[in-house]
Design a protein around this ligand. Structure first.
Ligand code: AN7
Length: 360
C-alpha cells in the first residue's frame, strides 16, 4: 500500500493536459517566486508525459512510470529551471547570463537567452559535451568557451567571473533553477493523485534531486528518493570529490556537485540513498529502453532505470524513473552502440534480398 496522506495539490492554471499548455511559471504561479503579470521568458516548458513502462515493470515487479523530461522545449529538464532563471534575470535588468555546463544547461540557457534577447556565454569541457547539445548551443547564438579542463573547473571559473562582473550565473547554484525544477514533482503528484513510493533519478551536480525533494515536500508527500551516479563520477557515494571524473554519461561527468548537502539531505530525509551504476549498466538500460520500451534517452538519463534494475524496487508498488534528456542529444553514443546492425549494400536486388532477409 502507498502510505501518503491526502495532499493539497498545487492549483493548476490553464488546460495543462489538453495540449495547449501554458508557461510553467503561470501554471504554478502560487508556488514560484513570481507575481501575476510578470513578464516571463517561456518556451512552454513543463507538462511532460509520465509514460508507463510495461517491460521494466515486469522486470522489477512494480508499476514503473517514466517522467519524460526530454519532452521539454530543448529536450531536457533544464528548461524548467531556466524559464525561472531567465525570467528573474530579465526582471532584474540583466543583460547577460553565463553557465558552466556538461551540455544541457548550456543548450537551455542559450535558447532562453535567445528568447529573452540577451547575451549568453557558456563554458564547457573541451571534447566532452555531446554533439546535439553543442549544436543547440551554437544555433542559439551563445558564445561557447571550450575549456581545457572539466566541468568542476569550469564552474569554479564562472563563479569567480560572476563575482566581479554583472553577468547572471544560471547554474543550479541559482535558486530560481531549483524553484523551477521542483515543478516536475508537482506534475508527478498530479498525474498519480499522490506521490509514488519510489523516485529514481540521475545525479550529477545534484540540483535535480534537490528540486524534486523540495517539490514533493511542498505538497505534503515524501516518496523515497534514490539518486544514481555513474561509477567513475560518484563523489556522493564515495564521500569525497572526484578530481578526474569519467563516464560514458557525459552529462553527469561531475566530480564535485554544488548541491552536495542538499542531495544528501534529500536521500536521508526521504529514507532513500545515493548509489552507483557502472557505465556498462547504464548502456544496458539505454539499450533496453530503446529496444523494448521504444524510448530513446541520453545515457545520463537512464542512470535512473539502470539503478532501479540493479537494486530492485525494494517493495515499492509505484515507481517513477526520471528520464532527464532525450536520446537525440547524443547521437555519437547511439551510433557507437549500434551492435553492428548497419549493412552496406550495392544497388542490386540480390544483394538487397540477402541484406534484408538473410541471417543477421
Ligand atoms: C541529462 O548541463 O550538469 O544532478 O551542465 O544533463 O541536477 O546536475 C547536466 C546534468 C542528469 C544531472 N541528466 O542533473 C549540465 C548538467 C542529464 C543532465 C543530469 C544532467 P543534476
Amino acid at each position: 500500500m502507498r502510505d501518503y496522506a491526502p495532499v493539497p495539490l498545487p492549483r493548476i492554471k490553464g488546460p495543462a493536459r489538453t495540449g495547449t499548455h501554458v508557461p510553467l511559471i503561470d501554471r504554478y504561479l502560487e508556488r514560484l517566486p513570481f507575481e501575476a503579470g510578470d513578464k516571463l521568458v517561456s518556451l512552454q516548458e513543463g507538462s511532460t508525459p509520465l509514460l508507463q513502462a510495461p517491460v521494466i515493470s515486469a522486470m522489477v515487479g512494480a508499476s514503473v512510470r517514466l517522467k519524460l523530461e526530454g519532452g521539454n522545449p530543448t529536450g531536457s529538464f533544464k528548461d524548467r529551471g531556466m524559464t525561472c532563471a531567465l525570467s528573474a534575470a530579465v526582471r532584474d535588468g540583466a543583460r547577460a547570463v553565463i553557465c558552466a555546463s556538461t551540455g544541457n544547461t548550456a543548450a537551455s540557457a542559450a535558447a532562453y537567452a535567445a528568447r529573452a534577447g540577451i547575451t549568453c556565454a557558456v563554458i564547457v569541457p573541451e571534447g566532452k559535451i555531446a554533439q546535439g547539445k553543442m549544436a543547440q548551443t551554437l544555433v542559439h547564438g551563445a558564445r561557447v568557451i571550450s575549456l581545457a579542463g572539466n566541468f568542476d573547473q569550469a564552474l569554479t571559473l564562472v563563479r569567480e567571473l560572476t563575482d566581479t562582473h554583472p553577468i547572471v550565473l544560471v547554474n543550479s547554484v541559482n535558486e530560481y533553477r531549483i524553484e523551477g525544477q521542483k515543478t516536475a514533482a508537482f506534475e508527478v503528484v498530479e498525474a498519480l493523485d499522490g506521490a509514488p513510493d519510489l523516485v529514481c533519478i540521475p545525479v550529477g551536480n545534484a540540483g535535480n534531486i534537490t528540486s524534486y525533494w523540495r517539490g514533493f515536500k511542498e505538497v505534503g508527500t515524501a516518496p523515497r528518493m534514490l539518486g544514481f551516479q555513474a561509477a567513475g563520477a560518484a563523489p556522493l557515494v564515495e564521500g569525497h570529490p572526484i578530481e578526474h571524473p569519467e563516464t560514458v554519461a557525459s552529462a553527469i561527468r561531475i566530480g564535485n556537485p554544488v548541491r552536495w548537502e542538499d542531495a544528501m539531505n534529500a536521500a536521508t530525509e526521504s529514507r532513500g540513498s545515493i548509489r552507483v551504476v557502472t557505465d556498462a549498466e547504464i548502456l544496458e538500460a539505454y539499450r533496453l529502453l530503446a529496444y523494448r520500451e521504444g524510448m530513446f534517452c541520453e545515457p545520463a538519463s537512464v542512470a535512473s532505470v539502470a539503478g532501479l534494475l540493479k537494486y530492485g524496487a525494494d517493495g515499492a508498488e509505484q515507481v517513477v524513473c526520471v528520464l532527464t534528456g532525450r536520446g537525440l542529444k547524443d547521437p555519437e553514443t547511439a551510433i557507437a552502440n549500434n551492435d553492428g546492425r548497419i549493412i552496406t549494400a550495392p544497388v542490386e536486388i540480390a544483394a538487397i534480398e540477402e541484406a534484408v532477409l538473410g541471417d543477421p
